[in-house]
Design a protein around this ligand. Structure first.
Ligand code: NAP
Length: 281
């Protein structure tokens, strides 16, 4: 029997519909929700991601605009851009897209995004609040994984969750969200010994490593739920995940596809978080 496909498209459309509704109400009150995306790279995956944010916003009444800087932009230029956006009352959400130009340290800039505009949970203050269980914007990809599981009524309480990938945008914040939902969480990374054996313990396996089709059947327990966060742009422009979906078909109970899984929910949630940020102003 083939695994069920946990699409994110329907959920994303529902979130966008609610965003459109709320945005229209805010506009009626004279405030247009606005998201600014700062990017200074020619990296294909980063530009792919930003393009999707803009096209998702176009399906709602949220104004989203790209603040494009040169791939050779300096720390000072990026600092000035973010500080201007931080001070601009017409901008409610700010995203700083990585990778950054060589020599520019992301943490030096993330701290400049005010927590109330930090709709992708990039500021260490937001991360710390999340860790402490205090209200904060979570990185939208981590939030998307939680939303997909909730939407498909996949129980987390007591579940054994293994997350492969420990980045600040996915693995680490997701582990906090999973813990808060009473899951038992293991985080793996490139130095994890016997990765396949650890991964096979998972009732829910989440993979965010950025390696096309890397995770095969040998990593998956029979009947597991597999969430593929990976978005890898191939030379022909197509997109593949970190999971080899053919390989896990008869082992997994269900899995998220790439494209059409975590990605669209992530961008829809960024818009939702922009609405929340707008309401807080
Ligand atoms: P990242 O910062 O490069 O982190 C990758 C993580 O994977 C690191 O923790 C790394 O371990 C681990 N890793 C790499 N190779 C591994 C291996 N062979 N075995 C075990 N662990 C391995 O990447 P990221 O920003 O988290 O992104 C991960 C993937 O998710 C990418 O494909 C990215 O495009 C995608 N993504 C998708 C969305 C979305 O909305 N769908 C959003 C963000 C990212 P170390 O820490 O030891 O180096």
């Amino acid at each position: 029997m083939s695994a069920e496909i946990l699409t994110g498209k329907t959920l994303a459309a529902e979130i966008r519909a609610s965003v459109s509704h709320e945005a229209a109400q805010l506009i009626d009150h004279g405030v247009t929700p606005c998201l600014a995306v700062v990017i200074a790279t020619e990296d294909e995956t980063a530009n792919f991601y930003v393009k999707h944010i803009i096209s998702a916003a176009e399906k709602t009444s949220v104004l989203a605009h790209i603040e494009q800087l040169s791939p050779t932009a300096t720390k000072e230029e990026l600092t000035a851009k973010i500080m201007n956006l931080a001070a601009d009352n017409n901008v409610h959400g700010i995203i700083l897209q990585t990778p950054l130009p060589t020599g520019v340290i992301a943490d030096d800039l993330r701290t400049l995004i005010p927590p109330e505009k930090d709709v992708d949970g990039a500021n260490p203050l937001s991360a710390g609040r999340l860790l402490c269980g205090i209200k904060a914007f979570a990185p939208s990809t981590a939030a998307a994984v939680m939303n997909i599981l909730q939407r498909h009524e996949i129980a987390l309480k007591g579940a054994r969750v293994v997350i492969i990938g420990r980045s600040l945008v996915v693995g680490k914040p997701l582990a906090h969200l999973m813990l808060a939902a009473d899951a038992t969480v293991t985080i793996c990374h490139s130095k994890t010994r016997d990765l396949a054996i650890v991964a096979q313990e998972a009732d829910i396996l989440v993979v965010a490593i950025g390696r096309p089709n890397y995770i095969t059947a040998e990593y998956v327990k029979q009947g597991a739920i597999v969430i593929d966060v990976g978005t890898n742009v191939q030379p022909d422009g197509s997109l593949v995940g970190d999971i080899d979906s053919n390989s896990i078909q008869t082992i997994a109970k269900a899995y998220t596809p790439v494209p059409g899984g975590v990605g669209p929910v992530t961008t829809a949630l960024l818009l939702k978080q922009t609405i929340e940020a707008t309401k807080q102003t």
